[in-house]
Structures are given as structure tokens and as C-alpha cells.
Design a protein around this ligand. Sequence first.
Ligand SMILES: [Zn+2]
Length: 128
Amino acid sequence: MDTVKKKYLAGCHCKKVLFEFVSQIKVKLIKCNCTICKPLRYLHLIIPHEDFKLISNKKNIKSYQFGTKKAKHFFCKFCGIKSFYQPRSHQNAFSINYNSVENPPKISQIIKFDGSNFEKNLDFIKSI
Ligand SMILES: [Zn+2]
């Protein structure tokens, strides 16, 4: 059943950034080809802010911003891993890196997003 939800745990390599979130057990992911996502092989799982809970100290997180500064790229201050961030496209949600989730939900679909032409494709990504 598509409406079944479960709690998941995710975080960085050294576990100084840890969070829980609630999600359906089958999820759609977004694969982006921009100059931040591509080198990291980041797989986006969009989770509304209200379904997300940081359980580690927020002082362990550093952020990086550029351009319009509507996105906040979060990194663990200690190990450098980006396990989630605030995307520009979904201001009411976080994007979680699917690859940092323990016992992750099943994947129903991977949607390719041409983030290297972000401005042109912003409406498309907002609709996902
Ligand atoms: Zn870390």
C-alpha cells in the first residue's frame, strides 16, 4: 500500500550529523546532473520539514551557499559528508541523500533532472 509510512534514520559518515524522517516505504528519487550533485552522486529524496527531525547537535553542521542563496548545502563539520540540505526548488522540504539512509525505503522511480540548466528546468523540479 502506498500510504504506509515508516520512520528512517540517516546521517553522515561519523554520525555527528544524525536525523530521522518519516516517509512512504516506496519513494521517488531525483538524480541531478549539476556541478554539486553530480560529483557527489547525490540522490535526492524530498521530505517535508514536518516529517524531518534532526537528532544530533545542529552545531555539527556547516552550510555553503552561492548564487541566489535560496539553497543551503549542509555538511558535517567533522567528516564533510552532505547527508541532507535545503533545496531551492522545495522551500518547505529538505532533500535527503538517499545514499545516507540506513535500511532505506524501496525505490519506485528515479527521475532525471537537468540541474545543469537549473533556471530553465525550475518549474519541472518544483512539480515533482
Ligand atoms: Zn560526520
